[in-house]
Design a protein around this ligand. Structure first.
Ligand code: SAH
Length: 251
């Protein structure tokens, strides 16, 4: 599933200590269809572990831009969201949870705004000065406030929420496929019942002089089933095929 709007979503990692975490982060991004990675002064160069943990996301690592300061990483971004391991309700910065962040990103990406998700150092997170660059913060609620997620796992959770929300908001090929899974309209159901009734009369299964409750029962049965658009196509095709066979039998 490729969602073009996600090209405007950037992941920024500030002064990451472990080269392996950069590889894991690249993998987390790649599986969610996000490519733009900026590394602010990583503490160590890429290592074997980086590429081992990237596991198929080497292209993200190779394209990643290394910049000296956070400002450099954010220069062309309109919206900056800082990921914080702590719940910052007491501070001045507005804070969202992971799901709200996805919705927020899905609302703003289609307007061609570049959005950065900023992640802090493994040990100390983001400084207050760095938080000042963020329009808003996001915190993934955890069972224990004194713990934090591994940085690549935090990236996985947030990129999942963003890509899911963007996909649901954008009419994509997946969206078109889903349209087949929508329930058949009332009009389509009525067309089907007429077709079904006629087929049953034609085959003398139903006597129009003495219909009893057959059609009502059929309506109850198919109404309970929640027939989808694609299932309706099968049912109509089936009735047509039965009629075709009957026609051939007669001739
Ligand atoms: N002791 C540090 C933990 C940093 S974890 C601190 O208190 O800030 C490294 C980075 O992973 C964090 O800076 C943050 O960007 C991200 N992260 C970890 N847990 C997170 C969570 N629950 N919600 C959002 N981001 C999280």
């Amino acid at each position: 599933m490729y969602t073009p709007a996600l090209e405007n979503l950037r992941i920024v990692m500030v002064e990451t200590s472990h080269p392996g975490n950069i590889g894991s982060a690249a993998r987390a991004m790649k599986v969610m269809g996000i490519k733009d990675l900026r590394l602010v002064s990583p503490r160590k160069p890429f290592s074997q572990e980086t590429f081992a943990l990237a596991s198929g996301a080497n292209d993200i690592i190779e394209q990643a831009k290394i910049v000296p300061t956070l400002q450099d990483a954010l220069a062309d971004c309109q919206i900056v969201i800082g990921a914080s391991a702590r719940s910052e309700r007491t501070l001045q910065w507005p804070q969202m949870d992971a799901r709200e962040c996805g919705t927020f990103v899905a609302e703003h990406l289609p307007q061609q705004q570049k959005i950065a998700l900023v992640f802090g150092r493994e040990r100390t997170g983001l400084t207050n000065e760095e938080l000042d660059h963020c329009n808003t913060l996001v915190h993934i609620p955890m069972a224990f406030d004194f713990l934090s997620l591994n940085i690549a796992m935090a990236i996985q959770v947030l990129t999942y929420e963003c890509s899911t929300a963007v996909r649901m908001a954008t009419p994509t090929e997946a969206g078109i496929a889903d349209a087949d899974e929508a329930l058949a309209s009332g009009e389509a159901m009525e067309g089907f019942y007429t077709h079904l009734e006629q087929s049953m009369i034609d085959t003398r299964f139903l006597d129009p002089e003495n219909p009893r409750l057959l059609m009502r029962r059929m309506r109850r049965l198919f109404g309970r089933a929640g027939v989808t658009v694609s299932e309706m196509n099968i049912l109509r095709g089936m009735l047509a095929a039965f009629a075709g066979r009957k026609f051939r039998e007669r001739s």
